[in-house]
Design a binder for this molecule. Structure first.
Ligand code: DSN
Length: 425
């Protein structure tokens, strides 16, 4: 088990909260995390998160704040910005977004005017809520139009359709990015279409930011994208948070800064910015590049086991850290049933809609899972493949308690053999 968190003051003062922290710590230590958007942070990043910077208000930006006492907040934010720019190969960064949704909303308002059109990926094909789901407030301000996959079994994006929609709807922004899509995108095609219609290009890389930073997949900036948004807590392996990167346009960077503060947020969470800076420092090490490569290898190992078992994978497989399996179509087990039985055996993932979902959002056909967290634990291809076999066995035997007990034991043994590390450098 990784070193338990030192919480003597909470233990002395508030046993209820201490028990919850210990409970979660045990859950993480004894089970395997396959939610592809989750990961573990280092103790160093954790210390920064728990630091005195949480006491400080620092509205504004380094050198231009609204309160006194900013000597160290300015230093922290400048370091975070410098490291973020170095990681992603860009000139400007805003490290203040509290998470991915405000990063996206802040970026939209920095680039666009209310009423403008945004062309983004169809949500059921892998897009994200903040890319224009009707339940979000943001759809009251902007007009969202869609492109999708040509063929869900190969993951190929329908660029002809994208171009037709772009020529017809004249979007001011073309959005690449996803939260449930397993293939590498052809960024050049996005840029070409955006040039034709005079739109900005933005890549929401929340899921694959760590793979980009670790140079394991392509970087949209190399193809001329204007903006990248991301969270910092997925493959990038930092604390919860958001980040906006601007390739080179100083004017756009200023507009985005203004959009985040004072447009959208108040005081930045400087303890979280400090922790992000620590995580960016970790991501700049050669070890992080190895980590990013291993995430991909482990996902490929899981892909093979699923395909060998004739389980349909959306996109036909994976080029990144995640897989989306049509377990209802292939095993007659619903996404919810799969999530439940895997929870029982100590494997955590999420049910997920598949493209053109024939069931409901609340009990869809698919499960989404990935390798960032198990790779942080040190899993290689062999262990990843074994987890995939155990998943399939558990789903096929969802009503057999003896089988589930045996799998639960093996999952716990694996988790104990690969404890969550304290440090990555
Ligand atoms: N909740 C994140 C995910 O799991 O992909 C996206 O916001």
């Amino acid at each position: 088990m990784s070193t338990p968190q030192n919480i003597p003051f909470i233990e002395a003062q508030d046993q209820e909260i201490a028990a919850c922290i210990r409970g979660e710590e045990n859950r993480e230590a004894n089970g395997l995390e396959l939610v592809p958007s989750e990961n573990y942070i280092s103790k160093a990043a954790h210390e920064a998160l728990g630091s005195c910077f949480t006491n400080k208000y620092s509205e504004g930006y380094p050198g231009a704040r609204y309160y006194g006492g900013q000597e160290f907040t300015d230093q922290i934010e400048r370091i975070a910005i410098e490291r973020a720019c170095k990681l992603f190969g860009c000139k400007y960064a805003n490290v203040q977004p509290h998470s991915g949704a405000p990063a996206n909303i802040g970026a939209y308002y920095g680039m666009l005017k209310p009423g403008d059109t945004i062309l983004g990926m169809d949500l059921s094909h892998g897009g994200h809520l903040t890319h224009g789901h009707p339940v979000t407030h943001i759809t009251k301000s902007f007009n969202f139009v869609r492109y999708g996959m040509k063929n869900p079994d190969t993951g190929e994006i329908d660029f002809e359709e994208m171009r037709e929609v772009a020529l017809r709807e004249k979007p001011k922004l073309i959005l690449a990015g996803f939260s449930a899509y397993s293939r590498e995108l052809d960024y050049q095609k996005f840029v070409d279409i955006a040039k034709e219609v005079g739109a900005y290009t933005m890549a929401d890389m929340a899921h694959i930011a760590g793979l980009i930073a670790g140079k394991a997949v392509k970087n949209p900036f190399d193809y001329g994208f204007d903006v990248i948004t991301t969270t910092t807590h997925k493959t990038l392996r930092g604390p919860r948070g958001g980040l906006i990167l601007i390739r080179e346009d100083a004017d756009l960077a200023k507009k985005i800064d203004k959009s985040i503060f004072p447009g959208l947020q108040g005081g930045p969470h400087m303890h979280a910015v400090a922790s992000r800076a620590v995580a960016f420092g970790e991501a700049l090490t050669p070890a992080f590049q190895e980590y990013a490569q291993q995430i991909l290898k482990n996902a490929k190992a899981m892909e093979k086991v699923f395909l060998d078992a004739d389980i349909r994978l959306m996109g036909g497989g994976t080029d990144n850290h995640l897989l989306l399996a049509d377990v209802f179509g292939s095993l007659n087990v619903t996404g919810q049933e799969a999530e439940n039985v895997l929870d029982e055996v100590g494997i955590t993932l999420n049910k997920n809609s598949i493209a053109d979902e024939p069931r409901t959002m609340f009990d869809p056909s698919g499960i989404r899972f990935g390798t960032p967290a198990i790779t942080t634990r040190g899993f290689k291809e062999e262990q990843s493949a074994r987890v995939a076999e155990l998943m399939i066995e558990a789903m096929k035997n969802k009503d057999d308690q003896a089988v589930k007990d045996r799998i639960r034991e093996e999952v716990r043994d694996l988790a104990h053999a690969f404890p969550i590390p304290d440090s990555f450098v």
